[in-house]
Design a protein. Structure first.
Length: 176
């Protein structure tokens, strides 16, 4: 069995090395450049979701549109919160959050799709949520113990994305 913890002297010496790296120490076990790239893709995905949900909330019309539009708006705000968490984590890791709107679509895992009917809007949002669930599940497994802080953040986001998917399924069921 390996030593559980470095001696205090070694811990102190290591803490003084590479001060500009902030929270990234020798114990960080993930591929940092790739983590930053993946997080910027996740940021773009969340921002695309914000825009899609907002567009759907304002474009919704017809019977039941008020309640569905309100649900879309709630989801948009939650996706914005996810984007902010991810952007903050990118900064903590010493990266630069990429908010360039010209490249959102190419970096995002989900797509920006508009629709004309409530049912099609719900379906597009459900598809996007399912993509996010699959994507975050893969990223979480890939991170493993290499970056537990990012993994835990994404696990929390994943739980909300699963709730969103269930909300969309329930809205679809209501349309039957």
């Amino acid at each position: 069995m390996s030593k559980f913890l470095s001696d205090v002297k070694t811990l102190r010496e290591n803490a003084r090395k590479n001060l500009r790296k902030g929270s990234i120490t020798d114990a960080y076990g993930a591929d940092l450049p790739r983590v930053l790239e993946v997080l910027n893709q996740s940021l773009a995905t969340e921002l695309i979701c914000v825009l899609r949900y907002q567009q759907h909330s304002f474009a919704a019309h017809g019977l039941d549109s008020e309640a569905v539009a309100a649900e879309f708006l709630v989801h948009s705000r939650e996706e914005q919160g996810h984007a902010e968490l991810i952007a903050a984590r990118i900064g903590q890791l010493g990266g630069e959050p990429d908010f360039n709107p010209d490249t959102f679509s190419s970096r995002a895992h989900s797509e920006y799709k508009t629709a004309t009917s409530l049912t099609d809007m719900i379906k597009e949002n459900l598809i996007a949520e399912r993509i996010a669930i699959s994507s975050y599940s893969e990223i979480i497994a890939w991170l493993g113990d290499g970056d537990p802080t990012t993994r835990r953040m994404l696990e929390e986001i994943l739980a909300v994305e699963e709730e969103h998917a269930n909300d969309m399924v329930n809205l679809l069921d209501d349309k039957k």
